[in-house]
Ligand binder design. Structure first.
Ligand SMILES: NC(=O)C1=CN([C@@H]2O[C@H](COP(=O)(O)OP(=O)(O)OC[C@H]3O[C@@H](n4cnc5c(N)ncnc54)[C@H](O)[C@@H]3O)[C@@H](O)[C@H]2O)C=CC1
Ligand SMILES: NCC(=O)COP(=O)(O)O
Length: 334
């Protein structure tokens, strides 16, 4: 019997749009066995807010060959307190982290084929007194893995040398070793996850005009260029460092398969402004597949049922594609 991949879907911040997006995802005919890792009653309230019928089934860990649109399995993780849409409560921080732990541990134990995450409110977890900067770092720590954040639309893949850091901390984090480590992961994962045998990676500079020959900053000359040259000597096809302001013009985009940006806001606005509804966040380097939405908790829309589920649906589709590729080519996949 051909069974459907078991995808763990975390709902993220209970007071955000995540729970409603899960209901919308469940309504699609996607060929997946979705297991919502969250509170059962939260999903019932989200379905009522969306005005969409939902059939919740307690997950017993079994496989199935079919799922009707509107059916959603649930791995119940109780809330700390009942959600107020639009107003995150730190009393739910431990609940949110428990859902991530169950999804990650379940993937590593083989109970789920992949994880798809809805957005969480990082500040609410911090307000509960917990050090936390994002799913990416949480899953990396849980899996003891070196990871890289990628956001990908059908037209553009962007990877990040640094993720959730204050801007003032970025230059010190751009070291020869860090760039080497990150580029090796990106190169390996473009081969394994995307089937690109000889991936072409464009690397952005850190400074305006990529440092203008040292007149606008020395990080390119002192760190980035030597790191790229060493990796080129190993055979990697690297372009740059390119000035970030022109790296995304069409003539240059034809010359690379992915971009490595030095920091979070250097490249993500390009993706989010041209493909907000089609972009997927994925974590490279984990021992399991994890995809996510490209947006946040949209507290201004939470509770209205009007959040757009497109990015979550795209994330689920990409997770299914990666699961299928892993089954077909298990040796090339982390
Ligand atoms: N993967 C994750 O867990 C992510 C979490 N966040 C967190 O989200 C929180 C809020 O972040 P913001 O910067 O305000 O960004 P945001 O993405 O939540 O909202 C920005 C704007 O986009 C709109 N928007 C976002 N998603 C939408 C959707 N699916 N449909 C329709 N409109 C949508 C919002 O209504 C708002 O006007 C922060 O705590 C941040 O850390 C942000 C990005 C990713
Ligand atoms: N902009 C992407 C983002 O902040 C998502 O981070 P993560 O929670 O997936 O690590």
């Amino acid at each position: 019997m051909q069974t459907l991949p078991r995808l763990a879907i975390t709902a993220g911040e209970p007071a955000g749009i995540g729970p409603e997006l899960l209901i919308r995802l469940a309504a699609t005919p996607l060929a997946a066995n979705f297991i919502a890792v969250t509170d059962r009653a939260l999903l019932e309230r989200a379905a009522a807010r969306c005005g969409q019928p939902i059939e919740l089934i307690d997950d017993d860990g079994s496989d199935t060959a079919m799922r009707r649109p509107g059916q959603l399995r649930v791995r119940h993780v109780p809330l700390g307190t009942t959600e107020q849409p639009g107003t995150p409560d730190p009393a739910n921080a431990h609940h949110v982290l428990a859902t991530l732990t169950e999804a990650a541990d379940g993937c590593m134990a083989g109970r789920y084929a992949a994880i798809v995450t809805a957005p969480l409110q990082k500040s609410s977890i911090n307000e509960a007194g917990i050090r936390f900067s994002g799913h990416t770092e949480f899953f990396a720590e849980r899996a003891h893995a070196d990871v890289v954040m990628m956001l990908a639309s059908p037209e553009l893949r962007v990877t990040l040398a640094t993720t959730h850091l204050p801007l003032s901390a970025v230059p010190a984090a751009i070291t020869h070793d860090a760039l080497t480590r990150v580029l090796r992961i990106v190169h390996r994962e473009l081969q394994g996850k995307f089937g690109l045998l000889e991936p072409r990676i464009a690397v952005l500079g850190l400074n305006p005009h990529a440092g203008e020959g040292g007149h606008l900053g020395r990080e390119e000359l002192d760190t980035i260029i030597p790191a790229l040259d060493a990796l080129r000597a190993e055979g990697m096809d690297l372009l740059g460092p390119l000035p970030a302001d022109t790296a995304f013009v069409p003539s240059l985009r034809e010359r690379y398969d992915a971009v490595l940006a030095m920091y979070h806001d250097q490249a993500l606005p390009v993706l989010k402004s041209e493909a907000f509804d089609r972009t997927v966040n994925l974590t490279l380097g984990l021992p399991f597949i994890r995809t996510s939405v490209d947006h946040g908790t949209a507290l201004d829309l939470a509770g209205t049922g009007r959040g757009d589920p497109s990015s979550l649906i795209a994330a689920a589709r990409m997770a299914l594609e990666l699961v299928a590729r892993r089954s077909a080519h298990p040796q090339g996949h982390s």
